[in-house]
Design a protein around this ligand. Structure first.
Ligand code: ADP
Length: 497
């Protein structure tokens, strides 16, 4: 079916790349070394722009600027209301430039423009407003202690936050990290992903326009082992927040421990079960399971990447899942109606094709897809495997691509045991009309998020994070605020109690 794809001319994006420098102390500057690296268009592999490449000297400069903006101020010394107003103004500016930002995001990342424009940039705005709302609602407690003491807690910003983000949702990851840090009065040095540096630079510029003081938000583009590692191991960074692979998460934790024991939050990989129970309406289950896996080219840490289907509905499910994948529209993400664009880069593209070969080699049934789509760029055919066994690599490791793996199960006890038999514990989906089944599975699954009869619902208020090797700490919602606060207990004797 997809074999006869004709390559089209890529649609020309209607924006110019304005910012390619490092953002340090309120100015876009060259890297100390003068080096740059190319950021590529995943539709073609061609260069979009050359971006300043930060190394440890640049991280040092950015941390010094953030330190000054924290210690001398004005950021943590401003009133919470003033900080809130700046964040709200930034959100207004982002909203005004929604389409330009969405264009940059799609150009650099390859995700459908309609998704960037209608979902992700509006969600970025929503997140910044949500966190702005927190700024003036953060306060400590008065604590009743034994004895004649007046005891209170002060909730203080931690200081300089280092933040390292991935390429799959560049601006949502930006918002999840910058939002709570700024609301609590911290200053930030962010290392964006080397695949997608452009949209954060543009968005940070709008924060400056909104009145964010210099040094409060610094952005250093560059690579992980150089710029990223320098940030995670910096002696003057007080906290590091990381989203990415579990392997790199371990490195971050080590670097933090070996340097100054900075506080760490980690949001890592997953191999999330999506469980279709025996009472499922198969058409609806197929559609939701398809969305859970294929959304964002399959490049989601919480992708529903183990589709467990009850034996009673299994055959019908597999047949319909295959047809749905065959009908998925793949092509230039700037074209309207496109559901799937290219994967992020050649490394991910090759890795996904290797996993597909491993699925075939280990005896899973390739129902559809399995090859590249077209002849240029990093497009991959929507791929469905059935007859997948738990011990196959494709059922254990994170593929991070458009590859659905369908496994058969007989009863709830069995599926609970198999779903939990993973080093990961990020999320799970349950599809059933039976409230007892939903309650039983929800409580038994060792994961940070359970979506019942829905998937990938990401409101600003809902905490997100992992059990087991999927991470430490929670982002979004009230839970994310405490990642950016220190608690100071203040004890004063009462002279005349
Ligand atoms: P992926 O393999 O999907 O790119 P990574 O975990 O390697 O996932 O990347 C997520 C982020 O972590 C990126 O910004 C990347 O540059 C950064 N990174 C990668 N390696 C390191 C490292 N050794 N130290 C610090 N940051 C790193």
């Amino acid at each position: 079916s997809t074999a006869a794809v004709v390559d089209e001319q890529p649609i020309k994006p209607l924006v110019q790349v304005e910012h390619t420098g490092l953002l340090i102390d309120g100015k876009f500057v060259d890297a100390a070394s003068g080096k740059t690296f190319p950021t590529l268009d995943p539709r073609t592999g061609e260069v979009i722009a050359h971006v300043a490449e930060g190394h440890s000297e640049d991280i040092d400069r950015a941390v010094a600027a953030a330190r000054k903006a924290f210690d001398i101020g004005p950021w943590p010394k401003m009133t919470a209301y003033e900080r809130q107003k700046i964040m709200l103004r930034a959100a207004d500016l982002i909203e005004k430039h929604n389409d330009e930002i969405a264009t940059l995001e799609t150009w650099d990342n390859g995700k459908p423009y309609e998704q960037s424009r209608q979902v992700e940039i509006p969600m970025l705005v929503r997140l910044i407003r949500y966190y702005a709302g927190w700024a003036d609602k953060i306060h400590g407690l008065t604590v009743p202690a034994d004895g004649a003491y007046h005891v209170q807690t002060l909730h203080e910003p931690i200081g300089v936050a280092g933040q390292i983000i991935p390429w799959n949702f560049p601006l949502l990851m930006f918002a999840w990290k910058v939002g709570p840090a700024l609301a609590c009065g911290n200053t930030v040095v962010m290392k964006t992903a080397e695949q997608t540096p452009l949209s954060a630079l543009y968005t940070a510029r709008l924060f400056l326009e909104a009145g964010l003081p210099p040094g409060v938000l610094n952005i250093v583009s560059g690579f992980g082992p150089t710029a990223g590692a320098a940030l995670a191991s910096h002696m003057d960074v007080d906290k590091v927040a990381f989203t990415g692979s579990t392997a790199t998460g371990k490195v971050i934790l080590q670097l933090a421990a070996q340097s100054n024991l900075k506080q760490v939050t980690l949001e890592l990989g997953g191999k999330s079960p999506f469980i279709v129970c025996e009472d499922a309406d198969v058409d609806q289950a197929v559609e939701l399971a398809h969305f859970a896996l294929f959304f964002n080219q399959g490049q989601c840490c919480c992708a529903g990447s183990r589709t467990f289907v009850h034996e009673r509905v299994y055959d019908e499910f597999v047949e319909k899942a295959k047809i749905r994948a065959l009908n998925r529209s793949v092509g230039d993400p700037f074209k309207s109606g496109i559901e799937q664009g290219p994967q992020i880069d050649s490394k991910q593209f090759e890795k996904i094709l290797r996993y597909i070969r491993s699925g075939v080699d280990t005896g899973a049934t390739l129902e559809t897809g399995g090859e590249r789509h077209g002849s240029k760029g990093y497009y991959i055919q929507p791929t469905v495997f059935s007859n997948v066994q738990d011990d196959m690599l494709i059922a254990k490791e994170e593929i991070f691509g458009p590859v659905q793996t369908i496994l058969k199960f007989k009863n709830n006890e069995e599926v609970i045991q198999r779903a939990n038999n993973s080093k990961y514990g990020l999320a799970a989906g349950i599809f059933t009309q039976n409230i007892d089944t939903a309650n039983t599975l929800t409580r038994a699954l060792k994961v940070g998020t359970v979506w019942v009869n829905c998937y990938d619902v990401f409101d600003a208020t809902i905490p997100f994070g992992g059990y087991k090797m999927s991470g430490q700490g929670r982002e979004k919602g009230e839970y994310s605020i405490k990642n950016y606060l220190n608690v100071k207990a203040v004890v004063t004797p009462l002279k005349n109690p």
